[in-house]
Design a protein around this ligand. Sequence first.
Ligand code: NAP
Length: 291
Amino acid sequence: MSAAPTARLMTGTHIARDLVERSAAAATDFARGTGRAPCLATVLVGEDPASVTYVRMKRNRCAKAGIDSRLVALPAATTTAELVDTLTGLSEDPGVDGILLQHPVGPHIDERAAFEAIAPHKDVDGVTTRSFAAMAFGLPGFLSATPGGIMRLLDAYEVDPAGRHAVVVGRSAILGKPVGILLLQRNATVTFCHSRTEDLTAAVRRADILVAAVGRPRFIRGEDVKPGAVVIDAGYNPGNVGDVDFESAAARAGLITPVPGGVGPMTIAVLLAQTVEAAARGAAAGAFVPA
Ligand code: NAP
């Protein structure tokens, strides 16, 4: 039986709500100045139930924040070339401020080629190589939404990564790698772990800040969490289960994100914030189209 939780909860719900409220206010200002609301184009290929749900959720949040969302639903048989054409068209469409390609797309599609068809100034989900490079160089650009949300969560709970040992389990291009780089930029000493890491347990045990981004339910066990560590569970597995065994980890951590209600709400909030920012930057550059 695990001990009673001692960690403070790092909930993202209210932090995300604040960010969405600020984005909604900025969307109103944008609409007042330009005569149209900021617009996020959401591209969905096929009818994967999880993807359909995610897209619906994001569009609902957009509507509540005063952001127009344009759904582009393509058949499952869409080819890479057709998807690239669609994304190129949206990139050139002055009425679209941000573009989200819901992924994963089907295995027959070259996902990277599709992402690269998104113009960097509309890449509000931070998936292009140019956005990644800008992030890695510390230049202005849009962050991958989940890593951006994790950094905002750390700031909101006044966790300063400087000098601390951060361990990121997972190295995907949209999550593990960028969050590790962002932590490095904030002067953490960063270790990346992945499926070929030889002694994962030893690495995890050294973490002052642990980010779990593995995609395996309850993969991180509480007994491996350093007492007092900050535990960020980015995992989201079927049944609302994270990548961390919450109960046992909460007995040792200092701060821990719940699943759901931790990282998840931050991801959508960052997507909305970056969409409004893309619209405002476009307007400042004279690119907006009056209604
Ligand atoms: P991914 O692309 O599948 O990457 C998973 C990573 O975990 C890979 O780097 C993989 O290593 C590593 N890994 C797998 N098995 C491992 C093991 N046994 N030991 C050590 N490392 C292992 O997944 P992702 O897209 O980054 O997503 C990760 C999790 O975050 C998922 O649960 C996903 O649902 C969740 N997520 C949540 C949000 C949100 O908004 N909350 C957003 C995005 C993702 P290799 O590279 O060596 O294969």
